[in-house]
Design a protein around this ligand. Structure first.
Ligand SMILES: *Cc1c(COP(=O)(O)O)cnc(C)c1O
Length: 394
């Protein structure tokens, strides 16, 4: 079956020059010239497409582009499978490489949906997750030492919504010492700001729905891995059989968004830094979480493993929950929406929205207080963003 990426070099219409922009292959299957070709392709002797759940030229081209971004300048190659969403990227990876009895070691402050997926779906099939403090290397090492069934370390950095960072190199070294995989969700940073393969991870997942697409108009995900055989025999196989494939149209929207990734990320970072500094100096604000501020506990680590501090920040008003809700109700220019990574500035209240399913005690332990407000800082004129928050807080 076709696995290797497909670059569109020729127009299907041979009277024209080739398309400048990647075409959308809206086809469920691909025709064989004759029976021999069909047999050859099915036996993996000849390359060619078969069926769009297995592989689609549009989807493959975008998958390879993102894999190339993750390995840019690292003198290595990676292999990718695009999926229907970020959640399906995570589930496809876990379904592909883990089995009943294996355990995952992870952190409590994951994306809310991921915590829920690990507990409620994978738990049902005997793949349990141990939640530990991944910022404490001694605890991580002890967990591995005491439990040889931990087969994957799964992490997120910076993590939602306090932007807490963890040392990727340190974690992947410990995981490998105990023969486990190390996987990371790189959605918040994108490869432009952080390349986890440089720090030894085995797998990277993204919700491309967020910064990679960047325009809030598509839902998709991706799994990227260093080992071609593992990616083909395990991850791609799981994608094909579970049917978590990405639609060519969603892949195409992602491809379109990727063209401006660096421009957008530079602006997200600059706007977030300005807004974070404004909030930190505001008398009504108790606390601002942004890795670009010297006051952030992981400021030094972020400067070491990231090229920029990203577009996400969160803050807490001195008035707590009531003040936070009142502020959100006065927002006019920004948008109250439960997503992130768009060109528009988006505001969310984690305690009542993204982290609703996380028990309050666990939330508080991870800095997700009742009054915390999360901002995905957009690429608008920063003066407009600051002015909106200023009037909303006043
Ligand atoms: C949104 C998000 C996901 C889930 O992605 P979907 O595309 O919504 O399925 C996973 N991880 C992180 C960090 C996210 O922000």
């Amino acid at each position: 079956m076709q696995f290797d990426s497909f670059t569109v070099k020729e127009s299907p219409d041979n009277r024209t020059t080739r398309p400048h922009i990647l075409p959308i292959y809206a086809t469920s299957s691909f025709a064989f010239e004759d029976i021999d070709q069909g047999i050859g392709i099915f036996q993996n002797i000849e390359s060619g497409h078969v069926y769009s759940r297995y592989a689609n030229p549009t989807v493959d081209a975008v998958a390879q582009k993102i894999a190339d971004l993750e390995t840019h300048g690292l003198n290595m190659t990676a292999h990718a499978v695009m999926t229907s969403s970020g959640m399906s990227a995570i589930s496809t990876l876990l379904l592909g490489v883990l089995k009943t009895g294996d355990k995952v070691l992870s952190q409590a402050n994951l994306y809310g949906g991921t915590t829920d997926l690990l507990k409620s779906i994978f738990g049902q099939f005997g793949v349990e997750t141990v939640f530990a403090n991944l910022r404490d290397p001694e605890e991580v090492e002890r967990r591995f030492r005491e439990d040889s069934t931990i087969k994957m370390l799964y992490c997120e950095t910076p993590a939602n919504p306090t932007l807490a960072c963890i040392d990727i190199q340190l974690l992947s070294d410990i995981a490998h010492k105990y023969d486990a995989w190390c996987a990371i969700d790189n959605t918040f940073s994108t490869p432009y700001l952080q390349q986890p393969f440089a720090f030894g991870v085995d797998f990277i997942v993204h919700s491309t729905t967020k910064f990679l697409n960047g325009h809030g108009n598509s839902t998709a995900g991706i799994v990227i891995g260093k080992d071609k055989e593992v990616m083909r025999k395990k991850v791609w196989n799981a994608m094909k059989l579970v049917g978590t494939n990405c639609s060519p149209f969603e892949a195409w929207l992602t491809y379109n968004g990727l063209k401006t990734l660096t421009l957008r990320m530079d602006r997200h970072c600059a706007n977030a830094q300005t807004l974070a500094e404004f909030l930190e100096n505001h008398p009504a604000v108790a606390k601002v979480n942004y890795p670009g501020l010297a006051s952030h506990p992981d400021h030094a680590l972020a400067q070491r493993q990231m090229r920029g501090n990203g577009g996400m920040l969160s803050f807490e008003l001195k008035g707590g929950l009531e003040a936070g809700i009142a502020c959100m109700n006065r927002i006019r220019f920004c948008t109250l929406a439960p997503t992130l990574g768009d060109t528009d500035t988006l505001i969310l209240h984690p305690a009542s929205m993204s982290h609703l399913s996380v028990p309050k005690a666990v939330r508080l332990e991870n800095g997700i207080t009742d009054g915390l407000v999360r901002v995905s800082v957009g690429i608008e004129n920063v003066a407009d963003i600051v002015a909106d928050l200023e009037q909303a807080i006043a």
